[in-house]
Design a protein around this ligand. Structure first.
Ligand SMILES: *Cc1c(COP(=O)(O)O)cnc(C)c1O
Length: 350
């Protein structure tokens, strides 16, 4: 099966399996798991933050991130297609007691110029802005990357207004690979950053939340409240450490494969995509011109050993990763061309 539904489907490498088996462990709720402690220290070093927290999922990391910066009754400014707003079960409202103030963007990239118009102060009518959230790379906008100067402008503007910035950096290592900028530089001015070990980096489980010591210490308590105190989690952290040290070098290849995929898809009649806009490992394409619905294409692809999901009534998303190589991507293009072509033969015939 050529599985391009997401980079979350990556399986742990043999080296990760070995490291997991051999991991030194202890009770992490007592702070006694040496492997978790090492992972948290490395994540702090790599992000250039004072401290980091190992969390089971990116969703937990983002929501602890939102919680530590906000109070109930505030607004969180984010992009309208953000993961935080659309794919985290309203946790922003449920857990942090905040409402999202979404901004519409063409490419998922917020600019200070748009944000500052939405910043609200306390007054008798509106809820004050508690946080600005930016997603880098932006998943549903097609893996788009924040230019460094845009992040800096947002953070400087926010901080001057007394507002903090959280980066949903689920794929911030992809952003680093695409721009040749270190993760440390990318996140230098944001207050907190969450990134996933379990996506393109290939670990089986886990994400990190990094930020100031005091903030992460409070985050640790929220993690426990949410049921994320994980005891001998060193078996997971061991894979996470390898993901941090070894996996980033794989990402440029994932990006090359995404480009190849996009270029191949662009040649299929009825498929709409501009390969020049593919910056990282996410390829979003329109299928209306094929006369087939995404769900139909998805079902037909699956019969032929390729998995790609629809993300709306008109668009599909393919995500490249280490478990599908270049030949796999070429195969996916060919299979999609067959699926679309067989449909056009049917419609030509009747
Ligand atoms: C995957 C993802 C997350 C977190 O996902 P989990 O499945 O909870 O680990 C957060 N933000 C973005 C942009 C993502 O793609």
């Amino acid at each position: 099966m050529i599985d391009l539904r997401s980079d979350t489907v990556t399986k742990p490498t043999p080296a990760m399996r070995r490291a997991m088996r051999e991991a030194e462990v202890g009770d992490d709720v007592y702070g006694e798991d040496p492997t978790v402690n090492r992972l948290e220290e490395r994540a702090a070093e790599i992000t250039g933050k004072e401290a980091a927290l190992f969390v089971p999922t990116g969703t937990m990391g983002n929501n602890i991130g939102a919680k530590v910066h906000t109070e109930h009754g505030q607004e969180v400014i984010c992009d309208c297609r953000s993961h935080l707003l659309n794919y985290e079960l309203s946790m922003l409202a449920w857990f942090s007691g905040c409402v999202a103030r979404p901004i519409v963007t063409a490419d998922g990239i917020l600019r200070w110029e748009q944000i500052h118009k939405e910043v609200r102060a306390v007054n008798p009518h509106s809820a004050p802005t508690g946080l600005i959230e930016i997603e880098n790379t932006h998943n549903m906008a097609g893996g788009t990357v924040y230019p460094l100067e845009v992040i800096e402008e947002i953070c400087d503007g926010a901080h001057e207004s007394g507002i903090r910035v959280h980066m949903d950096g689920a794929r911030v290592f992809n952003a680093a690979a695409a721009t040749g900028t270190s993760v440390r530089e990318i996140v230098a001015r944001v207050d907190t950053v969450m990134f996933c070990l379990s996506k393109g980096l290939g670990a089986p489980v886990g994400s990190m939340l990094a930020g100031p010591k005091e903030v992460i210490a409070r985050g640790r308590l929220y993690r426990k409240r949410l049921g994320g105190g994980m005891r001998q989690a060193g078996v997971l952290a061991a894979a996470g450490l390898l993901a941090l040290e070894e996996s980033p070098r794989q990402l440029p290849e994932d990006h090359r494969n995404a480009k190849l995929l996009a270029e191949g898809l662009a040649r299929i009649p009825g498929i709409g995509i501009d390969p020049a806009k593919v910056q990282t490992n996410i390829v979003i394409f329109e299928v209306t011109g094929t006369g087939l619905a995404p769900a139909d294409i998805s079902a037909r692809l699956r019969e032929k050993g390729v998995r790609i999901n629809g993300i709306s009534g008109t668009h599909m998303r393919a995500v490249t990763h280490r478990d599908v190589d270049r030949a796999g991507c070429e195969q996916a293009i060919e299979t999609l061309a067959e699926v679309v072509h067989s449909r056009s033969l049917v419609s030509a015939g009747g």
